[in-house]
Design a protein around this ligand. Structure first.
Ligand code: PRP
Ligand code: MN
Ligand code: MG
Length: 184
């Protein structure tokens, strides 16, 4: 069903699994003895957070925050809204934000600013994908899976019009498919 929408697979299940394992090991080392709280940025971060957390061998906690800047558009609106806030206080905690992708950086800039005011012991970012060339604000993630060019990518949490988040790999959709969906 999904095949018809694919132009090119950018990262296979295996590519992702290997990278997630590597990141998990590094985070396990870096956060040993700390009060680690993983904060998943919904909805995009859901698959990455799920897999990554299983590769971190520490007694961590999880919380979830939902923000949206894109809606159904392929271009960031630049206006970030909190749709669902964290359930717990992060004061004194070592917070690691888990994202699927950093594009303009506007979502994270807003999140970092917002969460900083809640006085965490530390606040860092782990993203699966990064598009550094697209950045409009100065921001570098402490942990990054893959740095990519300016492709429109979907799958593994990343959506196109809310679809394809469940696809277990990251792919570039066919332009004609994107055009067709956007005009219907
Ligand atoms: C996407 C993506 C990141 C953000 C990156 O989320 O998951 O959170 O945009 O873009 P930026 O760096 O330009 O801000 P989106 O707003 O589409 O919400 P979603 O995660 O629910 O799909
Ligand atoms: Mn997102
Ligand atoms: Mg989205």
């Amino acid at each position: 069903m999904v095949e018809g929408a694919i132009d090119r697979v950018l990262f296979s299940e295996k590519d992702i699994a290997e990278k997630v394992e590597e990141l998990g090991k590094q985070i396990t080392k870096d956060y040993k003895g700390k009060d680690l709280l993983l904060v998943c940025v919904l909805k995009g971060g859901i698959l990455f957070m799920s897999d990554l957390s299983k590769k971190i061998d520490l007694p961590l906690k999880m919380d979830f925050i939902a923000v949206s800047s894109y809606g159904d558009s392929t271009v960031s609106s630049g206006v970030v809204k909190i749709l669902k806030d964290l359930d717990t206080s992060i004061e004194g905690k070592d917070v690691l934000i888990v994202e699927d992708i950093i594009d303009s950086g506007l979502t994270l800039k807003y999140l970092l600013g917002n969460l900083k005011t809640r006085k965490p012991a530390s606040l860092k970012v782990c993203t699966l994908l990064d598009k550094p060339k697209r950045r409009t604000v100065d921001l570098t993630p402490e942990y990054c899976g893959f740095s990519i060019e300016n492709h429109f990518v979907v799958g593994y949490g990343l959506d196109f019009m809310q679809m394809f988040r469940n696809v277990p790999y990251v792919f570039i959709p066919k332009q004609e498919y994107v055009d067709k969906m956007q005009s219907s």
